[in-house]
Design a protein. Structure first.
Lengths: 209, 522
């Protein structure tokens, strides 16, 4: 494992952004310039956040194309909401919340046509490539997330990928806490099966074949 | 540590509960001993670092997305904020250095865009109930769906003889009706809306409803009520037996004598003797999700197209997505769409449809593989009300299907659709084509199990079925491994191969000891 897992309840297990120790005044100044419409500041902010926002939405939504579309929407919203930044958190953490909100909203819009995509037995897996992340897991993390129905994926990612508490996750996805908890446990149960099978048969990592 | 204890602790961990120091130590100890446990924790650990593990330098695609967002923000300042239209990133096709120049060009265009062009596009407010897709023989109040406006009058009766129909009820509620279903929408606009199912099968998906509102599926006596979930109801031919199934969320099943709360993956069976709780089976879940998969995207400004083809039963694709078979009525976003029709004899035709919001376009075609080109009868122009014609106004290109190599996803969708229409042999052929044309795709891997099921359950070919199940298992298996191994057991049994069956059972139990079917086999 890359670092010890936290066994504390509802703490942010996500690593905090690297910029957490950066001088907040600079962040605040940057956001003031963005809010005033400074094109250079906007560009700097967009470039600073684009990869992170895209990766976050890839984790949250699954489909890479949806993630790219949602990332664009999220960046627009971030750029337009700069006046709301108070400097009490790193820009990345502040932007995460906007990206999550955009992603969940995006998913609601999209799922009319796509609810089957995550759970249809014929489409249990996505062939979308993603660079490997962990060195302990036989396959890239996203390949495991792709095994989950979207609702379970979302709550698992929000809870353990972004460190939101259970009540926060429930509020974000618009579900009861009990339902959210059930989805979390259901997600883990599915992943557990996959992992045990892979470990038992010594399946090589990488693609599905 | 035993699996059960491990599962209990990790369930609590994933749900955010506090673990005692002893429990945490037990987990870590177990993870040191068992690599599967270690991987489970590693997955959660990797997840925690996932977002931060991105590249320090954004990729060309990320830069393209950033530039597109910047262009949109700049454009928004020229007038009212533009609607957040989806501009598919794949359509952007911007990469690397090209991104900056393209964005510069886009900005130049936007500068002189008339302000009207930038006006926010109003979202269609779906007040009431609409038919969003109807495939096969569907009637509304006894009239064929192609002749009816897609908006439903209060208490209108929708009957699906074969095929399917999906309804959008107010914003956020989709209901799909399977073949053999008769139902009506009741209480539109009331705090308690419902779809009354007289017979057949209906599945609903809801966004969370505002406080004080609920939605139900039911009969005169039995009602399943939810405020945000996916659930379904099955009503027997005589109405005497009702089964409610919950795929997600919580549903309350009410009868005159009893009330039962169902959680996700539970089923309530209501009959003369009372009400019983049961577990949701994979078959029912797959059936319901497959039905819901037909729901088109009706957000934004929409219009409808009614497609009638002679002879009926042609496969209808819009924007490369298989929607069903003709006759078919479907809601589409306003704008241009690519329509393609495929006849059973191999004939196909395509055209570009222009859909205007809140209009219905009627299209009637004649399609025959045996006929030479120009056998197509062209449609009339669209209008607010449906208009139809048999008049041929211009010839269209009709040709035998060229040997196109469809994408794996398209073939899978086609096979699913054929299966839904009970065209088992055609579905099997399509799965085989997928295996032949895209042998290394993940879709082909999955199709091995689907094809096995088809051969075993529908076409009576257990030996062939076993071959495909075995291939799935040998090629690295996957999430469907329990189904594949279970399929081998069933196939051997059908073959009368006692020894083979015993070996398959042992294999199943060894690989899937936690599976409910294993207990019955031991």
């Amino acid at each position: 494992m890359s670092r010890p897992l936290s066994f504390e309840p509802d703490v942010h297990v996500a690593k905090r952004p690297a910029e957490i120790a950066s001088e907040r005044p600079e962040d605040t100044r940057l956001m003031e310039l963005v809010a005033s419409g400074d094109p250079r500041a906007r560009s700097m902010l967009a470039m600073r956040l684009c990869a992170r926002v895209r990766r976050l939405l890839r984790g949250l939504l699954g489909d890479p194309r949806d993630a790219d579309d949602a990332a664009q929407d999220a960046l627009v919203e971030i750029l337009q909401s700069a006046h709301g930044y108070r400097g009490d958190a790193p820009i990345e953490r502040w932007a995460d919340r906007i990206a999550v909100r955009t992603g969940v909203r995006f998913r609601r819009r999209e799922r009319r046509a796509a609810v089957h995509a995550a759970v249809d037995p014929d489409q249990l897996r996505s062939a979308a490539p993603e660079p490997a992340h962990g060195d302990a897991l036989p396959r890239p993390l996203v390949a495991y997330l792709d095994e989950l129905p979207i609702r379970e994926r979302q709550v698992l990612f929000l809870k353990h990928g972004l460190g939101y508490s259970l009540p926060e996750v429930a509020e974000i996805v618009g579900a009861a806490r009990s339902t959210t908890k059930y989805r979390l446990m259901s997600a883990l149960a599915r992943l557990r099966k996959v992992i045990r099978r892979e470990t038992a048969i010594g399946r090589p990592g990488g693609a599905w074949r | 540590m035993k699996h059960r204890a491990w599962n209990g602790l990790t369930d609590r961990l994933v749900a955010g509960e506090r673990l005692s120091p002893d429990e945490a130590r037990s987990l870590e100890e177990a993870a040191r001993i068992d690599p599967a446990h270690a991987n489970e924790l590693a997955l959660l650990d990797d997840l925690a670092g996932f977002v931060d593990a991105g590249q320090k330098e954004p990729s060309a695609d990320s830069i393209a997305i950033a530039h597109a967002a910047l262009a949109r923000v700049t454009a928004g300042e020229l007038g009212p904020r533009p609607a957040m239209e989806r501009s598919r990133s794949r359509a952007l096709g911007i990469a690397g250095i090209a991104a900056a120049s393209l964005v510069a060009a886009a900005l130049a265009v936007l500068v002189w865009w008339p302000r009207d062009e930038l006006d926010a596009t109003p979202e269609l407010q779906v007040a009431g109930a609409w038919v969003t897709i109807a495939s096969g023989q569907v009637t509304v109040d006894g009239r064929a769906i192609g002749d009816a406006m897609p908006r439903l009058d209060p208490s209108a009766t929708v009957a699906v003889r074969d095929g399917l129909a999906c309804l959008a009820i107010e914003p956020g509620i989709d209901v799909c009706l399977g073949a053999g279903t008769t139902a009506s929408v009741e209480g539109l606009g009331d705090p308690e809306m419902r779809v009354e199912v007289r017979r057949g099968h209906a599945v609903a998906r809801l966004d969370p409803l505002p406080s004080g509102r609920s939605f139900g599926l039911g009969t005169a006596r039995v009602r399943a009520v939810a405020v945000g979930t996916i659930f379904s109801i099955d009503v027997s031919e005589d109405g005497g037996s009702v089964t409610a199934a919950v795929l997600d969320g919580v549903v309350e099943v009410r009868t005159p004598d009893a009330t039962m709360r169902l959680a996700a993956h539970e089923v309530a069976r209501v009959h003369a003797g009372g009400i019983e709780r049961d577990r949701l089976t994979a078959d029912v879940e797959a059936r319901d999700l497959e039905l819901l998969a037909s729901v088109p995207d009706v957000d934004g400004r929409i219009g409808h197209v009614a497609i009638d083809v002679s002879p009926p039963g042609a496969t209808v694709l819009v924007d490369d997505r298989t929607l069903g078979t003709s006759p078919l009525l479907v809601a589409l976003a306003a704008g241009e769409h690519r329509l393609e029709l495929r006849g059973s004899g191999g004939a196909r035709v395509g055209e570009t449809l222009t859909i205007r919001a809140e209009t219905v376009v009627a299209r009637r075609f004649s399609l025959s593989a045996a006929e030479p080109p120009a056998a197509l009868e062209a449609p009339l122009e669209e209008s607010i009300e449906i208009e139809e014609t048999d008049e041929a106004t211009e010839g269209r290109e009709v040709a035998r299907a060229p040997a196109l190599k469809s994408s794996p996803r398209a073939l899978l969708a086609e096979a699913r659709m054929l299966r839904r229409e009970d065209r088992w042999r055609d579905a099997a052929s399509t799965y085989r084509r997928l295996l032949r044309d895209h042998p290394r795709s993940s879709e082909a891997h999955t199709a091995l199990v689907s094809l096995g099921d088809l051969l075993l359950d529908r076409l009576g070919e257990p030996a062939q079925a076993a071959r495909f199940y075995l291939r799935y298992v040998r090629e690295g298996a996957g999430a469907l491994a329990p189904e594949a191994r279970w399929g081998i057991v069933r196939a051997r049994r059908q073959q009368g191969d006692t020894r083979g069956e015993r070996e398959a059972i042992e294999d199943f139990v060894a690989h899937h000891p936690d599976d409910a079917r294993a207990a019955g086999l031991r």
